[in-house]
Design a binder for this molecule. Structure first.
Ligand SMILES: *[C@@H]1O[C@H](CO)[C@@H](O)[C@H](O)[C@H]1NC(C)=O
Ligand SMILES: *[C@@H]1O[C@H](CO)[C@@H](O)[C@H](O)[C@H]1NC(C)=O
Ligand SMILES: *[C@@H]1O[C@H](CO)[C@@H](O)[C@H](O)[C@H]1NC(C)=O
Ligand SMILES: *[C@@H]1O[C@H](CO)[C@@H](O)[C@H](O)[C@H]1NC(C)=O
Ligand SMILES: *[C@@H]1O[C@H](CO)[C@@H](O)[C@H](O)[C@H]1NC(C)=O
Ligand SMILES: *[C@@H]1O[C@H](CO)[C@@H](O)[C@H](O)[C@H]1NC(C)=O
Ligand SMILES: *[C@@H]1O[C@H](CO)[C@@H](O)[C@H](O)[C@H]1NC(C)=O
Ligand SMILES: *[C@@H]1O[C@H](CO)[C@@H](O)[C@H](O)[C@H]1NC(C)=O
Ligand SMILES: *[C@@H]1O[C@H](CO)[C@@H](O)[C@H](O)[C@H]1NC(C)=O
Ligand SMILES: CC(=O)N[C@H]1CO[C@H](CO)[C@@H](O)[C@@H]1O
Length: 286
């Protein structure tokens, strides 16, 4: 088998088409999502357990996730991973009673060492009488919060998340867990005619565009679906967060080099002018 593979490699020199590949003999995709090594689906297909993914094909579209199955992975690149956003929301009736909601949203990456929430994400609150708090530890020591306020729908600027109906704040680097809590200042009775529901979520900054008054008044199930399906959370990934290039042994294959990542861990990259998957033998090709 090994000889066969080597012969294959020499008979058909690896080209650009072989970049971002899975380990030979392993699934290359889950639905539309490409799974490049060091990630892999199934025994012996991943570098180590941090990159052990599962593909649940009994769901349509198939769901790629980390081991425990709870987090949907939408895209994997050589630096980042995109996962589905978890949205908290509250909906009120005219008198100010909470009628429907899920005020907490949390995501834990703790069991997948080597993954952290990217600084490209923004913690976002949509609403006219609302706030959300984001905690960065299991002990719920709240570190940050954001207010969405407005008194009239026509005053809400389209495309601008400035605190009027929409508020965004950045998150600290290196987070691997957050828990957000959404609440109302009054009870929505004053703004209910144009804003019945509020939302709180972490999201990739560039993928989210605030649609002003229409986002405030839209049917909440449509809004939740829009966020979940098109606006992801970005994760950074590294090999071995406690490691560095001085102790790396043979992870970076031919024609590639190791580089340390700020905040811990390392990654491999092809030498300039070479392409391929730097984690897989025979490495990158010119
Ligand atoms: C592989 O490399 C080629 C050339 O750089 C690029 O056009 C293509 O998008 C890459 N494929 C993937 C899956 O990244
Ligand atoms: C994961 O793989 C890297 C590279 O081979 C290695 O340095 C590291 O110790 C491994 N981590 C675990 C938890 O096995
Ligand atoms: C796949 O997803 C379905 C529906 O959520 C679930 O019932 C099932 O247990 C999952 N299968 C695996 C192998 O995780
Ligand atoms: C990889 O994940 C699957 C599904 O969670 C699990 O059954 C398997 O034991 C894991 N493999 C390793 C080496 O941990
Ligand atoms: C994944 O992201 C890359 C780069 O951002 C993009 O080119 C590609 O189309 C995405 N793939 C999917 C399935 O979304
Ligand atoms: C909501 O607030 C209004 C005005 O402050 C008050 O009259 C009303 O009783 C409140 N409704 C609830 C359900 O607390
Ligand atoms: C998130 O915070 C809420 C409120 O403090 C708490 O009830 C809930 O258990 C927390 N969730 C997690 C996973 O820590
Ligand atoms: C919101 O949209 C869903 C599905 O599109 C629909 O079933 C529901 O009745 C709508 N709710 C309201 C209040 O319009
Ligand atoms: C580096 O790339 C060259 C040109 O593609 C190739 O001949 C050589 O085998 C590669 N070196 C290693 C160590 O893989
Ligand atoms: C993980 C991985 O193999 N990433 C590679 C994907 O392709 C680009 C372009 O060729 C390379 O730069 C990455 O290293």
């Amino acid at each position: 088998m090994l000889l066969h593979l080597i012969l294959f490699v020499f008979t058909f020199p690896l080209t650009r088409a072989m970049n971002n590949t899975s380990k030979p003999g392993c699934p290359t995709k889950c639905g539309d999502v490409t799974v490049p090594y060091p990630f892999g689906i199934g025994a012996d297909c991943f570098l180590n357990i941090s990159f052990n993914l599962t593909c649940n094909t009994s769901i349509e579209p198939p769901k790629l996730s980390f081991g425990d199955g709870s987090i949907r992975i939408n895209n994997i690149s050589d630096l980042e991973l995109r996962i589905s956003t978890i949205v908290s929301y509250n909906c009120y009736d005219q008198s100010g009673t909470l009628v429907e909601g899920y005020p907490y949203a949390w995501t834990r990456l703790g069991s997948q060492s080597g993954f952290t929430f990217s600084e490209k994400n923004m913690f976002t609150v949509i609403g006219c009488d609302d706030f959300a708090l984001i905690a960065r530890t299991e002990e719920d020591d709240f570190t940050s919060g954001c207010f969405g306020l407005c008194s009239k729908a026509p005053n809400v600027p389209y495309g601008q998340c400035s605190g009027i109906g929409c508020c965004q704040i950045s998150i600290p680097k290196g987070l691997s867990f957050y828990n957000s809590t959404l609440g109302t200042l009054q009870n929505h009775s004053d703004v209910w005619s144009f804003n019945k529901c509020s939302y709180g979520f972490l999201v990739e900054e560039n993928s989210f565009k605030f649609k002003g008054a229409s986002d405030l008044s839209t049917n909440y199930s449509d809004f939740l679906e829009k966020i979940r399906s098109t606006m992801p959370i970005v994760l950074d990934w590294v090999i071995e967060p406690e490691g560095n290039c001085n102790i790396e042994v043979n992870t970076c294959k031919g024609n590639s080099s190791c580089y340390d990542v700020e905040g811990g861990g390392y990654r491999c990259q092809c030498h300039r002018g070479y392409e391929g998957n730097p984690y897989l033998d025979p490495g990158c090709q010119g």
